[in-house]
Design a protein around this ligand. Structure first.
Ligand code: FAD
Ligand code: 2HG
Ligand code: ZN
Length: 486
């Protein structure tokens, strides 16, 4: 495959035949089968336009039974499969590498039930995150996760990548909020564990294995998730700061002074705001008067507007008085709140406009978080690869300070092996040296699978491989990804 020069198709997998297509026609409606070359393109390439596969078939099941029949057939015939959600993943996990069959979950998108007392929502895996959040908003609840990709990503994709996002600081990870899953195993077995219970200590918690397994162990078809009550009072403030030490100080003080109402603490740097302005990301206008080296977006969510306003104002006044921040604005209404969030959420898109962008999604102790950006820039400069007319045009730092998660983005003119060889393993070694993780929230896919050893020990990787061969003995589920090749 042209975008995967170092990989070889596993010849143990069967090649798709007319007979296979004829079988799929017996179980799916005509609209559930895509073979048209042009239509296939969107399923074969990822959001970043970095990876491209050569699948000749997309199946769109409309029920769990159909998913079960598809997988049983693929298992029996050794046909490789890629589950695909909203295709917004950033590590090439949701697109085929060679001719794997894409199973798109887009046609399974209904809410199955919602419990107004507990907040337990049960829905199909192909439900779009934003649609679910709107559904809950009408009922006074909120999805416990939020991402810039909310308009396209599926809840099944979120679960399969264990997506973190903008609200993790407040509501925790999907390992805590997912109450149950329905999963079709590679041999077609339907594992029905759509529990809506908060507490259940009967046996191994099998759903945890599928959260973050990136489609390598089966297809998630249903999700049960605990939705919190939607806060009545929301405030968003944007701050301008001079140093990363100030960002940390503002964060520490936000935990002390805003404590239970703090719901997000995000940061970005000057390189990020420059790209957002340059590419005029829709609705994203920097309302601060001058440019700053660092920006922080703080959100509070509580039940009493007056109480929250008072707390936030006191906190902000304190920061200004003590010279922790140089400038700041507080959104005055829902539209302004949305505009401030649009700056933050527009950064990934703005970064991808340069031509190519390398994404390192790392977590580490907050004190060294921004050093990763500075060290990378120094390293590339020393190697003569950074600046006007050079291989790399910009090193950008932003992310979820509250979760110790940095998005180190390096913009380049094009994707090239030369660029990769310069940055890797440098960035992974840097991360391991600082006791960090080489993938905080985006996962491994094809871009990080062979670097897993920087974050996991040999015995852990060995056990992961044993789980994989136990659950997917034919290795048909999302091959060439997630686990290291050797
Ligand atoms: P896809 O991209 O389609 O698939 C992702 C992986 O999950 C693949 O390996 C695929 O095979 C597997 N998969 C998908 N659906 C299923 C299923 N039903 N069963 C089994 N396997 C499945 N990520 C974060 O963590 N935090 C963020 O803040 C964040 N912000 C983003 C902002 C933007 C603008 C973009 C483009 C991406 C962002 N992401 C973020 C990354 C991405 O959106 C998430 O990883 C998201 O959870 C992927 O969901 P998806 O439905 O698009 O999955
Ligand atoms: C975000 O937080 C996403 O905006 C995307 O996780 C980060 O593109 C990135 O590097
Ligand atoms: Zn993120």
């Amino acid at each position: 495959a042209d975008k995967f020069p170092h990989m070889k198709r596993n010849s143990a997998f069967k090649k798709l035949s007319d007979e296979d297509i004829a079988y799929f026609r017996t179980i799916l409606a005509p609209s559930g089968i895509t073979q048209d070359k042009e239509d296939l393109q969107v399923f074969n390439s990822d959001w970043l336009r970095k990876y491209r596969g050569q699948s000749k078939l997309v199946l769109k099941p409309a029920s769990t039974e159909q998913v079960s029949k598809i997988l049983r057939y693929c298992h029996d015939n050794k046909l490789a499969v890629v589950p695909q959600g909203g295709n917004t993943g950033l590590v090439g996990g949701g697109v085929p590498v060679f001719d794997e069959i894409v199973v798109s979950m887009a046609n399974m998108n209904s809410v199955r039930s919602f419990d107004k007392v507990s907040g337990a929502l049960v829905c199909d895996a192909g439900s779009i995150l934003e649609v679910l959040d709107k559904y809950l908003e009408e009922r006074g609840y909120i999805m416990p996760l939020d991402l810039g990709a909310k308009g396209s990503c599926h809840i099944g994709g979120n679960v399969s990548t264990n997506a973190g996002g903008l609200r993790l600081l407040r509501y925790g990870s999907l390992h805590g909020t997912v109450l149950g899953l329905e999963v079709v195993l590679p041999d077609g077995t339907i594992l029905d564990n759509l529990s809506t219970l908060r507490k259940d200590n009967t046996g191994y918690d099998l759903k945890q294995l599928f959260i973050g397994s990136e489609g390598t162990l089966g297809i998630v078809t249903g999700v049960s998730i605990l939705a919190p009550k939607r806060s009545k009072a929301i405030n968003v403030a944007l701050l301008g700061l001079n140093t990363f030490d100030q960002v940390q100080s503002a964060f520490k003080r936000s935990k002390d002074e805003l404590c239970e109402i703090l719901s997000a603490f995000e940061f970005w740097d000057q390189a990020a705001i420059k790209l957002v302005k340059e590419h005029l990301v829709a609705g994203a206008n920097d309302p601060l008067e001058s440019e700053h080296r660092f920006y922080v977006l703080i959100e509070t969510s509580g039940s009493n507007k007056e109480h929250d306003d008072e707390k936030l104002n006191q906190y902000l006044e304190g920061l200004l008085t003590d010279d922790v921040v140089q400038d700041g604005v507080v959104a005055q209404d829902a539209t302004q709140i949305q505009k401030l969030w649009a700056i933050r959420e527009g950064i990934p898109e703005a970064c991808s406009k340069a031509g190519a962008v390398y994404k390192y999604d790392i977590s580490m102790p907050v004190p060294v978080l921004y050093q990763a950006v500075e060290d990378m820039q120094d390293y590339l400069t020393k190697n003569g690869a950074f600046g006007e007319g050079k291989l790399f045009s910009s090193v950008i730092g932003y992310g979820h300070v509250g979760d110790g998660n940095l998005h180190l983005n390096v913009a380049a003119s094009d994707y090239s092996p030369e660029a990769v060889d310069l940055m890797e393993p440098y960035v992974f070694e840097w991360t391991a040296k600082h006791a960090g993780s080489i993938s905080a929230e985006h996962g491994l896919g094809v871009s990080k699978n062979n670097h897993l050893h920087y974050s996991k020990s040999p015995s852990m990787i060995h056990l992961m491989k044993r789980f994989k061969s136990l659950i997917d003995p034919q290795g048909i589920m999302n091959p060439y990804k997630y686990l290291p090749d050797n």
